[in-house]
Design a protein around this ligand. Structure first.
Ligand code: MAN
Length: 569
């Protein structure tokens, strides 16, 4: 409808009267509620073409006549009669057949408030002449131009503007500080990332050299063990011979002592015999053969026979004496037995495998020896062959030391391998845009709220600490980044959904009769890291609003940003 249909409508009358009176300050007169950027559409004061639908033309007098003629509401910039048309969300209006959703999108952002002394803004059309002074968007009070119910909204732009400028200055200062802090975070994150890359490089070098060291020590141990086995085998055999030699030596000693004892007794007896023989010799020489004493003559004859027998044994006795002289000495050469030689004797010739390998060419001998040790080890491990007594206990100090050195070196190698793995995994991990959260990892912030002090440790965990004491509840461990749509009021007062970055924490302490605790941390740009608000959206399902410079826009100038892993490695 172009013409006024209902003259009873007071707003319509007022609208007709004020169609061109409201916005004259930008050089040309503009209908009430039209912002300077839309002035060009209202220049023709005879006919008005709807902005988004220029084919729909109406007399200019129908602009701001409090009746909605244009599908985009552009003919009513200063009244609320087209306010059902949304700027962002489209509506289907059943009583307006033919109007598609697109056609119903509003062409204008709202009612333009000049707000002289402050800053202009657009007020949602439904708030025009609603009897409420909307000083938040229209500090000059121009939205209540019809004075519905006698309301008069005074111009408060001076004080509102002053307050706003103060807030803006603070906001600007805060944003400047936030950006400075963000840059510091970026630099810190870049430095930390570089440290990880450098450490990986160093670890790779260390690992290679440690591998070589372990290989060398393995070979050393192998060689020493082999030598040890040989020595043990020698010792074992030599042991048997030594024991035998020891016993023999002791026995020989006993016999020699006995022989010497007997020789001594014999010499004493000999001395006595000699004494007797001398007596008898003298008796033979001195007796008187003219005395016909048969007994004396028989005794002399017996003596003469005895003396003749003795002289024939002389050489035999001399030889035995020499033997006894030799036996009596402890000097091994003279005693005829070289005990030292027996004790040190290497009887490896008695070792049948060694005997066998000794006949083989050395590479084959080595192969056979290795195989034999392997088979022997297997048989011992499986209980088929009893392990050689003192196999390990008889290990030489050199082998023990080599084994310890190898074990310690292998431990260091394992440590290096784990370290390298952890560092590589860390480098692959998501630390957010430009890896900025690397600089915040494990940093904790807390907030006193109700019965608890809540704690948020970036990329680590969230916690609920009871103020009255008692155990704290883990509200989740970090699982990753996410996004959430949050409704925000934009500059024109419209509620618009905005995507916010989140940090997700899950698998916290089990809730009695409920799920395990979890937290969504919604990140907002702020000068410093702080928890702004904590909510329990459902039983044991929490959300926190956390301010941090890390999500403020900008600041990623070259040099601040952590290099990408690919470039880095
Ligand atoms: C504790 C707190 C609360 C939670 C209840 C559930 O009191 O962790 O946040 O709702 O346990 O029993």
């Amino acid at each position: 409808m172009v013409l006024l249909q209902n003259s009873l409508l007071p707003l319509s009358v007022a609208a007709c009267l004020t169609v061109l009176t409201a916005a004259k300050d930008d050089g040309a007169a503009r209908p009430r509620g039209v912002g300077p950027e839309f002035a060009k559409f209202y220049k023709d004061t005879t006919t008005f073409s709807c902005i988004s639908h220029p084919a729909v033309r109406i007399p200019f007098s129908a602009v701001n006549d409090d009746f909605c003629d244009c599908p985009d509401g552009s003919d009513e910039p200063g009244t609320s009669s087209c306010s059902y048309i949304s700027r962002y969300s489209s509506l289907t209006v059943a009583d307006r057949p033919g109007n598609s959703e697109l056609e119903l999108a509003a062409a204008l952002p709202g009612f333009y408030c000049k707000n002289k002394g402050h800053r202009p803004s657009y007020l949602p059309f439904q708030r025009i002449n609603d009897g409420v002074c909307d000083y938040d968007l229209c500090c000059d009070g121009s939205d209540e131009w019809a004075r519905v119910g006698g309301i008069k909204c005074e111009n408060r732009c001076k004080e509102v503007g002053k307050q706003w400028r103060k807030q803006e200055e603070e906001r600007h200062r805060s944003m400047t500080a936030a950006l400075k802090n963000k840059k510091e975070l970026l630099v810190d994150a870049g430095r930390q990332q570089k440290e990880v890359s450098d450490r990986i490089r160093d670890l790779e070098v260390e690992l290679k050299s440690q591998e070589l060291k372990v290989n060398g020590l393995e070979k050393d141990l192998e060689g020493l063990q082999k030598q040890d086995r040989k020595d043990a085998s020698k010792r074992k055999k030599k042991g048997k011979l030594s024991a035998f030699a020891q016993v023999a030596k002791e026995r020989v000693e006993e016999l020699r002592n006995a022989a010497m004892e007997i020789r001594k007794e014999r010499d004493e007896i000999r001395a006595r015999v000699k004494e007797l023989e001398d007596i008898l010799s003298k008796f033979k020489e001195e007796y008187n053969p003219n005395f016909n004493d048969e007994g004396v003559k028989r005794a002399v004859r017996s003596w003469e026979e005895y003396a003749a027998r003795q002289s024939t044994e002389g050489t035999e006795v001399a030889a035995r004496e020499r033997d006894l002289d030799a036996i009596s000495t402890e000097d091994s050469e003279n005693s005829g037995i070289n005990w030292a030689q027996w004790e040190a004797e290497d009887e490896s010739e008695g070792d049948s495998p060694s005997k066998l390998t000794a006949c083989l060419p050395s590479p084959i001998a080595k192969f056979v020896e290795d195989k034999m040790h392997l088979i022997k080890g297997l048989l011992e491990e499986n209980g088929i062959l009893a392990p050689e007594a003192g196999d390990t206990s008889s290990e030489s100090q050199a082998v023990v030391e080599a084994r310890n050195a190898l074990a310690s070196s292998q431990g260091t190698l394992r440590e290096l391998q784990n370290n390298l793995k952890n560092h590589k995994e860390d480098l692959e991990k998501d630390y957010g845009p430009a890896s900025i959260f690397r600089a915040l990892k494990d940093k904790c912030v807390s907030k006193d709220s109700g019965e608890y002090v809540y704690e948020h440790c970036f990329l680590s965990k969230t916690k609920q600490n009871p103020k009255k004491g008692g155990a704290s509840a883990l509200m989740g461990n970090f699982v990753g980044f996410g996004t959430v749509g949050v409704d925000e009021v934009d500059e024109s007062g419209e509620i618009v959904p905005v995507a916010k970055m989140t940090l997700e924490y899950a698998n916290g302490q089990k809730c009695w009769n409920g799920p395990t605790r979890s937290t969504t941390v919604i990140l907002e740009c702020g000068e410093k890291d702080e928890i702004v608000k904590v909510m329990e959206d459902a039983k044991c399902v929490y959300s926190m609003i956390v301010n941090t410079p890390a999500v403020c826009e900008g600041g990623e100038a070259e040099g601040n940003v952590a290099p990408r892993q690919k470039d880095e490695l």
